[in-house]
Design a protein around this ligand. Structure first.
Ligand code: THU
Length: 157
């Protein structure tokens, strides 16, 4: 028997330390979160993507009375990018959550969102940088692979 350890490395910085472009991405995610359709959880999530062509694409959670039919903010943004810019890779994704119109502590994407992000990372052929934005601190991971170790992917098919 051998033990194998997987490390997750990420940076943590304050919102004030973000580069102007990252701050813009976070603000776009906040604006998207404000427009979320979340009448059941009242938990508003926004995601903003920066594509390699310089375009930004946003998404917000879209809830449903039948809860399995809810769509997360990250999936909404990634799906929209795949539809609008099918040949363009995604460079960064910023994710933010809001309660009562206030940004919360950072949230970490759910398992399904990670899987969808991983697919887009593979599709684009380059790592997607992930910004988990909280009201004061932001955590930055350099790829989806680091957020979803031991993942299922096309190599298993
Ligand atoms: N949600 C997201 O949009 N992204 C996540 O990564 C986690 C959860 C949404 C789904 C649901 O509308 C609400 O947050 C509460 O779970």
């Amino acid at each position: 028997m051998k033990e194998i350890k997987v490390d997750v490395k990420f940076e943590e910085l304050s919102v004030a330390e973000l580069s102007p472009l990252d701050a813009e991405l976070m603000n776009r995610a906040i604006a998207a979160a404000r427009d979320a359709y979340a009448p059941y959880s009242h938990f508003h999530v926004g995601a903003a993507l920066m594509l390699t062509n310089g375009k930004m694409v946003v998404g917000s959670n879209q809830e449903n009375a039948a809860s399995p039919s809810c769509v997360c903010a990250e999936v909404a943004a990634l799906t929209q990018a795949g539809v609008l810019y099918p040949k363009v890779a995604i460079r960064d994704i910023a994710v933010v959550a809001m309660k009562k119109d206030q940004v919360t502590e950072r949230i970490s994407p759910c398992g399904n969102c990670r899987q969808v992000m991983l697919e887009q990372e593979k599709r684009g052929g380059s790592p997607i940088r992930i910004l988990l934005c909280g009201k004061e601190k932001v955590q930055i991971l350099s790829s989806v692979k680091s957020l979803l170790p031991l993942s299922f992917s096309e190599e298993e098919l």
